[in-house]
Design a protein around this ligand. Structure first.
Ligand code: ACM
Length: 634
């Protein structure tokens, strides 16, 4: 027992710092003349002051998530005079609301004898508990770590969010993630006080939600042929090949996930992406397109489009619904009639992004429709479509939200805009007095490569943790009251399994969480990175995958006349970079990087290693000169 205590105290002193992500509004260490620490153990009781059932469940879920043996679990009991032998965790809902805390804020007081938590709403107490958990040593995240003793350092915290919309989007269309994986994704985001799960349920590569009145959506639209390798270069289905890859969520699954999320203060915004991104719909119901081609299939990621340097593209396969056909609106009415009651959230996302207009331009029916309705171009035709969809969604008691393309041709009257092509769509929507969620590619796209392209699967762009952390959702020119918050988006064209989805999401989602929860003035990159390292240990202890690309060197090159010059840096303090250009493996006795070096001509490969305090840190990068040359041209 003594040994156990020593181990705990050692880990306590190692982790006796505020490791909380997102960082709280105010945090004070309580020392009361010496070290103050609460040991959560079998001698702890739980007091839910007004017996609120929601709060009791929060307390129970918390205790059950720690490695307590059942005989040692704290029990519900009032303790009049707490002592070190008879300790208590007190959960209190304020009778008179504390205006500063709002709906999700909390206070947390930890001394040797008691943990006191207060909030206006159960959501605040849920977040108090998430903070408590992060104040324990990282080993608690290992389910096998069952010592029945959980130390928490004395402190006084007041905390509440900066924004109401703190989101993550998961694309379950390009690759399917099971019900249990979706729940786990929600569980993890909730631990970082993210509260909005944007569920991208329909896209070209799979329809993922049961619609009882339209059974072919899931019988046909949820399945494609299995393909591996780069998305956009995959082989089309062969004649007679069975579509076996995919899956969908039944309405019972959805109810279960919505309830699971609600227990974690997470609300779900479902997205049905129309009128573009609809190949899966059209595989099931080809009559909803202009061409009505019956030989359609759910695309497995073929070369379905040509992309041009100016950012425009041409679809080689029709993936748009036909906005001139009344049947399309009847179809969408059926879809939203079934979706609306499944989700308590007030929003339904209708996509609206990247809609290719070429098939509408070629179609005589669309042209006649535009003439009849005085629509001068295809942008106005798309705006007509969005406004019709808004009426359907509003009729179901919901608010329409869409990607920023819904601004083109005129915004629907009550729409909320999700700004993804930078911040400009959001700025314009706020100028027009519409609500906005900021989720710009430049800071919030979690599908972008986060480390050196030689050790990651390349995709069209890069986004480092540091850049994500510099995200500021309210532009100077914009009235903050229209900015509901921000969100990170995980598109999964190149994400083929759940562990990789976690790798792409974390740690960047921690940067997003801090951006949307913590006060702007409390953001501090170096402090954040220290805390990130603590959370790496937490993910490691829980066997969860996380990207440690932040430990790798950053290699950039420049041309100086004929010379190819190379810089090797790190986004972290205290990191030494060592390199070789002689085909040997770099270690801490190799040349240390100090100033830019010239890469000599020839069949040369640069190898780079990072060390800290003499210990290896990141992955070793190995970059041929030809690749370094290409970097210089960018
Ligand atoms: C998007 O990334 N197409 C919204």
């Amino acid at each position: 027992m003594k040994k156990l205590l020593l181990l705990l105290l050692t880990s306590y002193s190692l982790f006796a710092q505020n490791n909380i992500i997102p960082t709280p509004v105010s945090y004070e260490m309580v020392t009361s003349g010496g070290m103050s620490m609460f040991m959560l153990d079998a001698r702890t009781s739980i007091d839910v002051t007004d017996n609120n059932p929601e709060v009791k469940r929060i307390a129970e879920n918390f205790i059950n998530s720690l490695g307590f043996m059942s005989s040692q679990k704290p029990v519900f009991k009032k303790v009049e005079k707490p002592t070190m032998q008879d300790k208590v965790m007190i959960f209190t809902l304020n009778k008179t609301p504390n205006a500063q805390l709002g709906n999700e804020g909390y206070t947390l007081d930890v001394t040797g004898e008691a943990i006191k938590m207060t909030a206006n709403k159960p959501a605040g107490l849920f977040y108090a508990v998430q903070t408590l958990r992060q104040m324990m040593p990282p080993q608690v995240e290992n389910k096998e770590f069952s010592m029945g003793m959980f130390p928490i350092m004395g402190c006084k915290i007041t905390d509440y969010p900066r924004f109401g919309w703190r989101g993550l989007m998961l694309d379950v269309s390009r690759h399917f993630f099971t019900k249990e994986e979706v729940k786990n994704y929600i569980d993890l985001m909730a631990r970082y006080k993210l509260n909005t799960f944007h569920w991208h349920l329909a896209d070209d590569n799979g329809w993922r939600i049961e619609i009882k009145s339209l059974p072919k959506l899931t019988e046909i639209g949820a399945w494609r042929v299995e393909r591996f390798g780069g998305f956009g270069n995959r082989e089309s289905p062969k004649e007679g090949e069975e579509a076996k890859y995919g899956g969908f969520y039944t309405q019972e699954d959805v109810k279960e996930i919505v309830a699971y999320a609600a227990e974690r203060n997470v609300t779900i915004v479902p997205e049905i992406d129309v009128p573009g991104h609809s190949m899966a719909v059209l595989a099931a119901y080809p009559e909803l397109s202009t061409k009505k081609d019956l030989k359609r299939y759910v695309d497995p990621g073929t070369k379905f489009a040509d992309w041009f340097p100016n950012g425009t593209f041409k679809m080689n396969i029709e993936n748009t619904l036909n906005p001139s056909d009344e049947k399309v609106y009847e179809f969408l009415d059926k879809v939203f009639t079934e979706i609306a009651p499944l989700f308590p959230n007030k929003y339904i996302h209708m996509g609206g992004d990247e809609c290719y207009h070429g098939y509408w331009e070629e179609d005589a029916g669309c042209q006649a429709f535009m003439k009849k309705n005085n629509l001068k171009d295809v942008h106005e035709l798309q705006s007509y479509f969005v406004k019709r969809v808004e009426k359907i969604i509003n009729k179901k008691g919901k608010v329409l939200i869409g990607w920023d393309e819904i601004l083109e041709g005129g915004l629907a009257p009550n729409a909320t805009v999700m700004s993804w092509r930078g911040m400009k769509g959001g700025i314009e929507a706020a100028r027009q007095k519409h609500d906005v969620v900021m989720t710009p590619t430049t800071f919030a796209y979690l599908d972008y490569v986060q480390g050196d392209p030689t050790v990651e699967k390349p995709i069209y762009a890069s986004l480092s943790l540091k850049k994500t952390y510099s995200f500021e959702p309210v532009p100077d020119s914009t009235d903050a009251k229209y900015i509901l918050g921000g969100q990170g988006n995980l598109w999964t064209e190149q994400v083929q399994n759940y562990r990789h989805a976690l790798y792409m999401t974390y740690p960047r989602a921690w940067a997003i969480a801090e951006t949307v929860w913590s006060p702007k003035e409390k953001k501090d990159w170096d402090g954040f990175v220290n805390r990130v390292e603590n959370h790496f240990m937490r993910f490691d202890a829980a066997n969860l995958k996380v990207s440690k690309a932040i430990f790798d060197a950053i290699v950039t090159t420049k041309k100086d006349g004929e010379k190819l010059m190379c810089e090797m840096t790190s986004d972290m303090k205290g990191v030494d970079v060592f390199y070789t250009i002689d085909d040997s493996f770099p270690d801490k006795f190799s040349p240390k990087y100090i100033n830019p070096i010239e890469i000599p001509k020839g069949d040369v490969t640069l190898k780079v290693a990072t060390y800290r305090n003499g210990q290896p840190l990141g992955r070793i990068l190995s970059i041929p000169r030809t690749d370094l040359e290409k970097r210089a041209k960018k």
